[in-house]
Design a protein around this ligand. Structure first.
Ligand code: ASP
Ligand code: MG
Length: 413
C-alpha cells in the first residue's frame, strides 16, 4: 500500500463534469488499496479572472488582500470535489491551506513554504477519508493567507508529498508528459519515460510550462519522484527522478527554445576595470534580469564590446538606462534586437561526452543558421539565433541528436 499525492491542474478540474471524472479517478486509486491525498488548482482561467477583478478596483492591488482573493479559486474546486466524492459513497474532506497547516513566509504573491504540520492530513488518512487540499495557498506565522505564485499548486503537491514521505507525487495536467521538444514545434517530439531533476529544471527555466520550477527544486531536495501525466488518458507519463547512471549514456535528452528575450549590444565601451560592474548594477537597480552575457575587446583599440540578453518586455527600459551613460562614455553605441530566440540542448550525458557542442554548432551551420551568442552550463548549451529560424533549428537538432529514437535507458513501448 503506497501513499500517493495526486495534483490536478486547472484544465483537469475546469468544470463540474471534469471534477466528477477526476473524483472517479481518485476513488479508483483508493480502491486499488492506496492512500491518496489530493491537491487541486482553481478551475482553468479562474485565477486570471480574480486578478482582473482586483485590477478593476485598484491599479496596484494591496498584496495581502489580493492573496485573500486569489485563494478563493482553489476553495471552489476542493469543496466541489469533496462533494462529488461523498456523493459517490466515499469519504473526503476539503482542507484550505491553513487547515492543512501549510506555513509560508510572508512574501504575498510569491510565498515560500517553510513547514507543513501534517497532523490534519494524517488524521484524515487514518479515518479512511481522502484529504483534498487547496493548492497554491498557505498561511504565515501571524495567520495571514499567502499564495505561492502562479502555477504554485505543483509546489504545494510536491511539498505535501515530501512532508508525508509519499511514494510518488502525480501531477495531472493536459499534456501527456515531458517531451524531447515542444510537440507543437516539431511533430516528431517524443514523450520521455524518465528525466532527471536537473534536466527538468533546465527545461522549466527555458519556459517549458509542465512543472512549476520551485516544485522541481523541492522534489530534488527531498528526493520525491514526480510523475507528470495527463488526466485525460490512462497511459503513463514522464517520471522526474534522481539522476541514474544510465541517463549519462545519452548525450542529449531534449531541445528547448524560448522567444521571450531580446539582445542588447554595446560597442565603444572603455576597456577599463569597473565598466561591466557599472552597467549591470544600473540595469539590476531597475529589477531587470540579465541572462546571457558576452564581452570582447576590439583588438588594438582600447574599446570593448558587450552583448547581453534581457526579457523582451524590459528591452526598452534597459536601453533608456544605458542611453544615460553616453554622457560619460562618448563612444558608446547601443543597438538591440528583439527578434531573437534562444535554443538549448539539455542532457546530463554531456558531462561525459565530447563533441556535443561541436555537433550542435555544425548542425546549425549546415542549415545556414547564424549563432549570435553562446552560453553553457554543465548540462545545457544555449545559442541565440534569429527568431524566424527557431522551428528549423529545433527540427535539425532533434534529428542530429537522434531524439526521435527511444533513449538508451528507456524500455521500448
Ligand atoms: N490557480 C493558481 C494559478 O493559476 C495556481 C495553480 O494553478 O497552480 O496560478
Ligand atoms: Mg495552473
Amino acid at each position: 500500500m503506497a501513499i500517493i499525492v495526486q495534483k490536478y491542474g486547472g484544465t483537469s478540474v475546469a468544470d463540474t463534469e471534469r471534477i466528477k471524472a477526476v473524483a472517479k479517478r481518485v476513488i479508483e486509486t483508493r480502491n486499488g488499496g492506496h492512500d491518496v491525498v489530493v491537491v487541486l488548482s482553481a478551475m482553468a482561467g479562474e485565477t486570471d479572472k480574480l486578478i482582473q477583478l482586483a485590477h478593476q478596483v485598484a491599479k496596484k492591488p494591496d498584496p495581502r488582500e489580493q492573496d485573500v482573493l486569489l485563494a478563493t479559486g482553489e476553495q471552489v474546486t476542493i469543496s466541489l470535489f469533496s462533494i462529488a466524492v461523498k456523493d459517490m459513497g466515499h469519504e473526503a474532506q476539503s482542507l484550505l491551506g491553513h487547515q492543512a497547516r501549510i506555513y509560508t513566509d510572508r512574501s504575498y504573491g510569491r510565498a515560500r513554504i517553510s513547514e507543513i504540520r501534517t497532523e490534519p492530513i494524517w488524521h484524515n488518512l487514518y479515518k479512511g477519508c481522502i484529504p483534498v487540499i487547496a493548492g497554491f495557498q498557505g498561511l504565515d506565522e501571524r495567520g495571514n493567507i499567502t499564495t505561492l505564485g502562479r502555477g504554485g499548486s505543483d509546489t504545494t503537491a510536491v511539498a505535501v508529498a515530501a512532508a508525508l514521505g509519499a511514494d510518488v507525487c502525480e501531477i495531472y495536467t493536459d499534456v501527456a508528459g515531458v517531451y524531447t521538444t515542444d510537440p507543437s514545434m516539431y511533430h516528431k517530439a517524443r514523450k520521455l519515460q524518465r528525466i532527471s531533476y536537473d534536466e527538468m529544471l533546465e527545461m522549466a527555466s527555458m519556459g517549458a510550462k509542465v512543472l512549476h520550477i520551485r516544485s522541481v527544486e523541492f522534489a530534488k531536495k527531498y528526493n520525491v519522484p514526480v510523475h507528470v501525466r495527463s488526466s485525460f488518458v490512462d497511459e503513463p507519463g514522464t517520471l522526474v527522478v534522481k539522476e541514474e547512471k544510465s541517463m549519462e549514456e545519452v548525450m542529449v535528452s531534449g531541445v528547448a527554445y524560448s522567444k521571450s528575450d531580446a539582445r542588447i549590444t554595446l560597442a565603444g565601451l572603455p576597456d577599463v576595470p569597473g565598466v561591466a560592474a557599472r552597467i549591470f548594477t544600473e540595469v539590476a537597480k531597475e529589477g531587470i534580469v540579465v541572462d546571457m552575457i558576452i564581452q570582447g575587446s576590439s583588438g588594438d583599440t582600447d574599446l570593448a564590446n558587450l552583448s547581453f540578453t534581457v526579457p523582451r518586455p524590459d528591452c526598452q527600459a534597459a536601453i533608456q538606462i544605458l542611453e544615460r551613460m553616453k554622457a560619460e562614455w562618448k563612444d558608446l553605441e547601443i543597438t538591440s534586437d528583439e527578434n531573437i530566440a534562444k535554443i538549448s540542448i539539455i542532457g546530463v550525458g554531456m558531462r561525459h561526452h565530447a563533441g556535443v557542442a561541436s555537433l550542435m554548432f555544425q548542425t546549425l551551420a549546415n542549415e545556414n543558421i547564424n549563432i549570435h551568442m553562446i552560453s553553457t552550463s554543465e548540462i545545457k548549451i544555449s545559442c541565440v539565433i534569429d527568431d524566424r529560424q527557431t522551428a528549423k533549428a529545433v527540427q535539425v537538432l532533434h534529428e542530429a541528436f537522434e531524439l526521435e529514437k527511444p533513449l538508451h535507458h528507456e524500455i521500448p513501448e
